[in-house]
Design a protein around this ligand. Structure first.
Ligand code: PNS
Length: 167
């Protein structure tokens, strides 16, 4: 049985992430989506919120689980018995940092291999940060994120705007 770890910030989950989950689930027996608890960039959603939105969006996907982790990805890969780390690749611009991370992870644990899955063409330009920007300026995000993310994202950004207005 091959377990693959799919680590990320997922702040928030997009259709692009789900596409990678589905592709990974067709290849590996078990896919563990791992939400990083303490990313250096200040997340818009708490870890619990991100996990809840992911669970809701997943629905019935046998073999796919969601967990949280902090510290090194490779440590968590060992913990869940993953031999593979999955990362989605969009464009060449993703490649350099992803390659560096993959090599560092391999240095730390030679038994775990990073597998890059190219995203589908329709998700090529998608990123969580772009979605947040789009939502912040009132753009329609429903095409890019699962239904369970649409309302929480709109609400979070609206309440943030109000905070800016009345500090
Ligand atoms: O969705 P993201 O923000 O692109 O995911 C980045 C993530 C979480 C995969 C990466 O930052 C990570 O693995 N962080 C944990 C610390 C770590 O193991 N760093 C890489 C080796 S030093």
């Amino acid at each position: 049985m091959i377990t693959a770890l799919y680590p990320g910030s997922f702040d928030p989950l997009t259709h692009g992430h789900l596409d990678i989950v589905d592709r990974a689930a067709r290849i590996f027996d078990r896919v563990v989506i791992a939400v990083l608890e303490n990313p250096s960039k200040q997340p818009l959603f708490t870890t619990d919120e991100r996990v809840r939105m992911i669970r809701e969006s997943l629905g019935e996907r046998p073999g796919v689980e969601v967990s949280t982790f902090d510290g090194l990805t490779i440590g968590f890969a060992r913990q869940v018995g993953a031999r593979v780390i999955v990362r989605g690749l969009r464009a060449v611009s993703d490649f350099e940092s992803e390659f560096q991370m993959a090599l560092m992870n391999r240095r730390l644990e030679p038994e775990v291999t990073t597998v890059f899955i190219p995203t589908s063409l329709r998700h090529l330009f998608l990123s969580s940060s772009l979605i947040k920007e789009l939502a912040e300026f009132g753009g329609d995000i429903s095409e890019f994120v699962p239904a369970s993310v649409v309302e929480p994202l709109k609400q979070r950004l609206t309440s943030r705007e109000h905070k800016h207005e009345h500090p």
